[in-house]
Design a protein. Structure first.
Length: 456
């Protein structure tokens, strides 16, 4: 596939990095962009304005399967998408960064259709939606939904004394409709097996039905002593993301306090939300004490400055706030913040990247999600019709890979070892990013080898 990416910051770089291994990628960059980062990309680079027809022709836009406009300037992205399609690009994806810009009743599909482009990506709104979705499940560290919401993925830190820590997995009757697909201990990922004994503080990733996931949380991962959430949340940062998060939480019935350092922005926010808007610095301990921020069950730090978000989050942990969600837009900071104890670290760029990857991947190897900061991909693979029937207990993939769900005849199945894979099934597979190609080959190849089945 020929993909033309028009960008000039971390968003464009990460999109190019994500798709360049399997596609021919041309990066359209402004003349003044530093070449140091571009030199690390295995892509062709064309310099010039992405809204210039002459520059687009020089980049062979007429041959592009997908044109992605992801510069920080919304108007330029729209103009370049329209020009790219007029010049022959098959599909165009347009980034819109400003909150509410060209918003048609919250219907971006209608907006894309009215502009004559294929898809609109709003990084801030997508990040806000991810944050609200995570907060909706008590204690969750990550939440995703697949197959039209019928399948949920959950990441959760196990409580001390939880049922799942008391015996090996084979001796625990994990609820129906749930699969434990990954564990994380001291920074190391592992696939849970029958002899796995989880410990308090381990972070487990599960996939299942909504009912199964809730049963798993309340009966296996947390204890009765776990304090219930008060549905009070503090949002530090009243920018585009902070506004969208506040509105989403208000709709869900949360009591929200917003702290914003800019007085003019506070006045604007006060007219657009029903929550209490406080003018001040989120790192001011006196302000945090005076406003009883420690009573919040969740603290969300979403300013546009990674370092300030980290400081706010560390102060939140010092105050004993149970759950901290932090924005970190620099890729290097995402893992760093988790290493120093921040519960959930997300980025607007990461949310946008996941959306774009889903748009450009073909149906045979669709990537549903990128988790653990890009270390793990969630794939939906269509098994070939001549796939030899094989039970999950017999499956021995040569990589870090596990089947989380099977979609058969439009019905989602959360399988156990006795379930048999058949040709025509679609399987949701979790695998390391480095193992993605070998995982795909294993499930899609006609010449899979089935090793001797060992007793489990």
């Amino acid at each position: 596939m020929f993909i033309l990416v028009a960008g000039e910051d971390e968003v464009g770089f990460r999109i190019a990095e994500a798709v360049m291994s399997q596609n021919h990628v041309v990066f359209l960059a402004p003349d003044n962009l530093s070449s140091a980062r571009l030199d690390r990309l295995d892509v062709e680079v064309v310099n010039g304005s992405c809204s210039s027809p002459d520059v687009l022709r020089r980049a062979h836009v007429n041959q592009a399967d997908v044109f992605i406009a992801c510069t920080p300037m919304d108007e330029q992205n729209i103009v370049s998408c329209l020009a790219a399609q007029r010049l022959g690009a098959k599909r165009a994806i347009c980034f819109l960064n400003r909150h509410g810009f060209l918003n048609l009743a919250d219907d971006d599909a209608a907006l894309a259709d009215s502009l004559g482009i294929d898809a609109v990506v709003r990084p801030a709104e997508q990040l806000a939606a991810e944050i609200v979705q995570i907060i909706s499940i008590p204690g969750a560290l990550d939440v995703r939904t697949f197959h039209d919401g019928k399948i949920r993925m959950l990441k959760y830190e196990i409580d001390p004394g939880a049922v799942i820590t008391q015996r090996p997995l084979r001796d625990i009757d994990i609820p129906k409709g749930v699969n434990l697909v990954m564990g994380l201990r001291s920074g190391e990922l592992f696939i849970p097996k029958g002899d796995t004994l989880f410990r308090a503080g381990d972070k487990v990733t599960a996939i299942g039905t909504a009912h199964g996931i809730r049963t798993l949380i309340f009966e296996y991962l947390r204890t009765k002593q776990h304090a219930s959430e008060t549905r009070r949340v503090t949002v530090v940062g009243g920018g585009v993301v902070g506004l969208a998060v506040t509105r989403g939480l208000e709709k869900s019935g949360w009591k929200v306090k917003v702290i914003e350092v800019d007085r003019a922005r506070c006045d604007e926010l006060a007219l657009r939300v029903n929550s209490l808007v406080l003018h001040g610095d989120g790192t001011d301990l006196d302000l945090l004490d005076e406003e009883r921020i420690a009573d919040s069950s969740v603290l969300i730090a979403v300013t546009s400055n990674d370092e300030k978000n980290l400081l706010v989050s560390l102060l939140g942990k010092h105050l004993g706030i149970p759950r901290i969600i932090t924005r970190a837009d620099k890729m290097v900071n995402e893992r760093l913040f988790e290493k120093v104890g921040i519960d959930v670290v997300l980025s607007a760029r990461g949310a946008a990247l996941r959306s774009v990857i889903r748009e450009v991947m073909d149906s045979g190897r669709e990537m549903l999600a990128e988790i653990e900061h890009g270390v793990v991909h969630v794939l939906e693979l269509a098994l070939p019709d001549n796939f030899r029937p094989l039970s999950l207990a017999e499956l021995r993939p040569p990589t870090f890979a596990i089947v989380g769900a099977i979609i058969r005849d439009r019905r989602a199945v959360i399988p156990r070892g006795h379930h048999v894979l058949r040709g025509g099934d679609r399987v949701i597979v979790f695998c390391r990013t480095d193992d993605e190609e070998r995982t795909r080959d294993f499930f899609l190849s006609q010449d899979r080898l089935i090793p001797r089945v060992e007793a489990r």
